[in-house]
Design a protein around this ligand. Sequence first.
Ligand SMILES: *Cc1c(COP(=O)(O)O)cnc(C)c1O
Length: 380
Amino acid sequence: MSASSKRAALYTGLIDRYRDRLPVSDSTPVISLCEGDTPLIRLNNIPRELDIDAEIYVKYEGLNPTASFKDRGMTMAVSKAAEEGSRAIVCASTGNTSAAAAAYAARAGMTAFVLIPEGKIAMGKLAQAIAHGAVVLQIKGNFDDGMRLVKEVAGEAPVSIVNSINPYRLQGQKTAAFEIVEALGRAPDYHCIPVGNAGNISGYWIGFSEAVGQTTASCTLYEGAENCPYLLEAMTDKRPVMVGYQADGAAPFLRNEPVTSPETLATAIRIGNPQSWDLAHAAVNESGGWFDEVSDEELLATQAMLARREGVFCEPASAVSLCGTLRDLQSGKIPAGSLITCTLTGHGLKDPDIAIRGREAVETVQAELGAVKDAILRNI
Ligand SMILES: *Cc1c(COP(=O)(O)O)cnc(C)c1O
């Protein structure tokens, strides 16, 4: 094989992969870090150990270039900002959006301004924003305050907003649904997903709908509706039931109103006033799905179980999807025999403090054979 034909097979990111289903043209400069194409991993051990009869797959979005699904939306948002001639982007973030914005801005030669809630973002995410050279503005407020400020400042300064209110974000994020349909050869019966600002559940629903060549009522609510949907040939013939899970201290969809002081250890979804409120409701209603909530204790237990039993390390907010799924399977709300996909939104390494909190897993021994051998025999 010649070098150039080898290169033709090189994966070059989701814009190139799904170009005909995205609002890009030949003159759009593609700003990509080869995001997307993430693994869909079947859970082997957990269903067996819990005696659950279901086929459960996790979409491991932690394996994107900045280790969360935010890269899918960011490649689109930053490419379109570059096409429009922007020199700077801005976002409010619970951490992962700022990491992605910082990296894609670096790639595009732009400046990223990121507003984060003081003291409430995971260390890995802050490290990423700093490493990629973003201007980090730590605000004395929460994500919802940051979101309000970003909307206000975009009217006053020459910066493009790259939060998920930017319609191109959802366009990029919908591609995860295409990948799932392609990997399974069909849509799952249920798709389960963590909900914070509610952009991702909305993006998946657009994707699953376009995959059946069908329009969705949510598209009429959607600012970028002129770009949506891309009704090409159907990839499959049915859509999943969409289930959105929240942390119980930050569950506006369960309270049916914004939450003023959201609290959860799962900082990625510590959001009280979701921007994609109507779109997320449309996804759940049109699909016959529901919202539910889980406690911090439950989500941390699921995060640990996934890491220990399946070798898949996700961040606390991500574990919410599997946590709710297992509970709904055990109660029968999700019927036995179902094919279920769960989005794991970000990598566990983002938040190492939570993973080692309260664990006495590290033992100190003398640097000699006897001590190491003893330790092995004691623990085997
Ligand atoms: C952003 C994020 C979420 C929430 O996604 P929304 O689109 O805001 O609902 C969940 N988990 C992680 C790890 C995130 O970074």
